[in-house]
Design a protein around this ligand. Structure first.
Ligand code: GLC
Length: 535
C-alpha cells in the first residue's frame, strides 16, 4: 500500500478474537453463547472512547459440533450449534455488530471435519462409498501399523492415523482422531468447502480466519517426514489452493482472509501474503513465540520487514486460544505480568500492521489455574480459555458475571480486581490504558499506516518511529529495571508524551536526552515534524 492510499478497514483497527464458549453466557448453562456476545458489543465498540473501539471481532467456531475440540471439530459447517444459539441469533449478531461499525470475521476450518460430519460417516461406510476419497484413507503398512510416520499436532494423540476396523484402512487426522482430514486433492472437496465460504459471505460476514491453512496441502505420495523436511504440511500446492480461496472471497467486496500459518520460518510465512492474491493477513507465530527481549523483537520485526513486500500487510498478535497468556508467560515476577501485558498491547498496536487482541488481553488476564479434575482439553489449553470475568465474584457470585451457573472452566483467581467492572472504575487499570491506546491508534492515521523505522536505543529498549502526517516514537522497556532511553544517532531532543503504560507518568513535553523508562514501561511520544530524526 502506498502511503497516500487509504488503508482498508482490516488494516486500520484492532481485530478482537472472541472464543464464544468463554466470553459471556446469556442462557445460564455455564457455556458462553452468541447472545452473550451480542449483550457485550457495546463494551467492544459503542462509538465512544469509553469502549474498546475495536474494528472487528473474530469468532472462533460456533458451528454444530460434538465438541471433541470445542468446536474445531465441525459436523455441520452451515448451522449454529444449539449450545451457542440459533441462526437467528447469528443474524442478529451481524446486524447489531454492523450497527456499531464492528465487522465480523468467522472461523473457517477447511482441513478437517468432525468424525460425526455426514461426509465422514458416508466416507467411512464402505471402501466403495462415493465419498470415500473425500478423506485420506490408506492401507496399513506391511506390519499392520500406520501408513507413514506422520504425527498429530497434539502430542497426547501420537500418530496422525487411526485404524478403522469396519473397512480395514487407516484415516488421516492432523489433530484428534475425531477430526479426520479432508482430502483437498479431491476437487469435489474443494468445491464443497468453497460453498461454505459463500454461505457465510451471503449471510454478511466480513471475512474468515482460516484454521490450520498450512495443513491444506500435503505430499500426495504421503512420504514419511524426515529431519527438517515435512511432508504433512505447507506443500507447494498450497499456493494454488489459496489463490482459488481468495478468488471466492474476491467475488464479494471488502472482505478479508487471515490465515493461521503456523510455520516457524518467516521466509515460508511471507509466501502466503507476498503475491497479493493469497491471504490478506497471516498470523505470525515466529513473532508470537519470541522471548521477552527487546533485541529478539527488534530482529524479528526487521527480518519480517525485509522479507515481506511493501504491499504485504503485517499482522501482530501475542495471545490466542491455543497458548499461555502474555501476563503469565512473560511475567518475570508476579507484579511484572500486568505491566508487561500493557507493554505487549502497546507493541502490537503501534507496529505497522493489524493488531489482533484475544478476549481478556485488554484486562491483562493471566492463565487460570485448572485443577486436575477440571481439565477438559487434550492439549493443555484450558488455562487460556478461562471465562471472561465481567463482574466481581464477591457481589455477583463465582461465575464473575460470565454465567449464573457453574462455568465450564474455572474463573481466574484474581477476578475480583481484574474483572471488567473493577478495572472500569480504576483510571490506572490495564483496561483504562488499553482503551486510551486503541483510541489513540484510531485517531492517528500515522499509527495505522505510517512507515516504520527502527531506532537505536538502550539494549533493553525496543524503539521505532512511525511517520505519515505525524511522527511518533515508540519506546518499550523489555526489562524490569529502570533504563535510560539512550537514543542513538542524531535523535531529536524533545517530544510530547502521548501515552505511557505506567499509570504514574505525567503527559506533556519531555526531554528525550534525560528520559528514563520505568520497569517494563512502554511510551508513545510525538515528535515534531520538522528536523526528522535519523537512526
Ligand atoms: C487450530 C486451532 C486450534 C485447533 C486446531 C484444530 O490450530 O487454533 O484451536 O485445535 O486448529 O482445528
Amino acid at each position: 500500500m502506498s502511503e497516500t492510499e487509504l488503508a482498508a478497514w482490516w488494516q486500520r483497527g484492532v481485530i478482537y478474537q472472541i472464543y464464544p464458549r468463554s466470553f459471556a453466557d446469556a442462557n445460564g448453562d455455564g457455556v458462553g453463547d452468541l447472545r452473550g456476545v451480542i449483550e457485550h458489543l457495546d463494551y467492544l465498540n459503542d462509538g465512544t472512547d469509553r469502549s474498546l473501539g475495536v474494528a472487528a471481532i473474530w469468532l472462533s467456531p460456533f458451528y454444530r459440533s460434538p465438541m471433541a475440540d470445542f468446536g474445531y471439530d465441525i459436523s455441520d459447517y452451515t448451522d449454529v450449534d444449539p449450545l451457542f444459539g440459533t441462526m437467528e441469533d447469528f443474524d442478529r449478531l451481524i446486524g447489531e455488530a454492523q450497527r456499531r461499525g464492528i465487522r465480523v470475521i468467522v472461523d473457517w476450518v477447511p482441513n478437517h471435519t468432525s468424525d460425526q460430519h455426514p461426509w465422514f460417516t458416508e466416507s467411512a461406510s464402505s471402501r466403495e462409498s462415493a465419498k470415500r476419497d473425500w478423506y485420506v484413507w490408506r492401507d496399513p503398512a506391511p506390519d499392520g501399523g500406520p501408513p507413514n510416520n506422520w504425527q498429530s499436532a497434539f502430542a497426547a494423540v501420537g500418530s496422525a492415523w487411526t485404524f478403522h476396523e469396519a473397512t480395514g484402512q487407516y484415516y488421516l487426522h492432523s489433530f484428534m482422531p475425531q477430526q479426520p482430514d479432508l482430502n483437498w486433492d479431491n476437487p469435489e472437496v474443494e468445491a464443497a468447502m468453497h460453498e461454505v465460504l459463500r454461505f457465510w459471505l451471503n449471510r454478511g460476514v466480513d471475512g474468515f480466519r482460516i484454521d490450520a491453512i498450512y495443513r491444506l496441502a500435503k505430499d500426495p505420495e504421503l512420504r514419511d517426514n524426515e529431519l527438517g523436511i515435512r511432508h504433512d504440511e505447507d506443500w507447494p500446492t498450497i499456493h494454488q489452493r489459496l489463490r482459488k480461496i481468495r478468488a471466492v472471497i474476491d467475488e464479494y467486496e471488502n472482505r478479508v482472509i487471515v490465515g493461521e500459518v503456523y510455520l516457524l520460518d518467516l521466509r515460508r510465512l511471507v509466501e502466503y501474503i507476498n503475491t497479493g492474491d493469497e491471504l490478506h493477513l497471516a498470523h505470525n507465530f515466529v513473532f508470537f513465540h519470541l522471548p521477552w527481549q527487546a533485541a529478539a523483537f527488534r530482529a524479528s520485526v526487521q527480518e519480517f520487514t525485509e522479507l515481506a513486500k511493501q504491499s504485504a500487510w503485517p499482522a501482530w498478535f501475542l495471545e490466542n486460544h491455543d497458548h499461555s497468556r502474555v501476563a503469565t508467560r512473560y511475567a518475570a515476577a508476579p507484579e511484572s505480568g500486568q505491566r508487561r501485558a500493557r507493554t505487549a498491547a502497546m507493541l502490537i498496536c503501534t507496529l505497522r500492521g493489524t493488531p489482533f487482541m484475544y478476549y481478556g488481553e485488554e484486562l491483562g488476564l493471566p492463565d487460570a489455574h485448572i485443577p486436575p479434575d477440571r481439565v477438559v482439553d487434550v492439549d493443555g489449553r484450558d488455562p487460556e480459555r478461562s471465562p471472561m470475568p465481567w463482574r466481581r465474584p464477591s457481589l455477583d457470585g463465582p461465575g464473575a458475571g460470565f454465567t449464573t451457573a457453574e462455568p465450564w472452566l474455572p474463573v481466574i483467581t484474581g477476578a475480583e480486581s481484574l474483572c471488567v467492572e473493577s478495572q472500569q472504575q480504576d483510571p490506572r487499570s490495564t483496561l483504562a490504558f488499553v482503551r486510551k491506546l486503541t483510541h489513540l491508534r484510531s485517531r492517528e492515521p500515522t499509527l495505522q499506516s505510517g512507515t516504520l523505522r527502527l531506532f537505536d536505543a538502550a539494549a533493553d529498549v525496543f524503539c521505532y518511529e512511525r511517520e505519515l502526517d505525524r511522527r511518533f516514537l515508540i519506546a518499550l522497556n523489555f526489562s524490569s529495571h529502570r533504563v535510560p532511553l539512550a537514543l542513538g544517532g542524531d535523535a531529536p531532543s524533545s517530544a510530547f508524551l502521548e501515552l505511557s503504560t505506567h499509570p504514574g507518568r505525567e503527559h506533556g513535553a519531555v526531554d528525550l536526552q534525560d528520559l528514563v523508562l520505568e520497569p517494563d514501561e512502554g511510551l508513545i511520544l510525538r515528535l515534531s515534524k520538522a528536523g526528522a530524526a535519523r537512526s
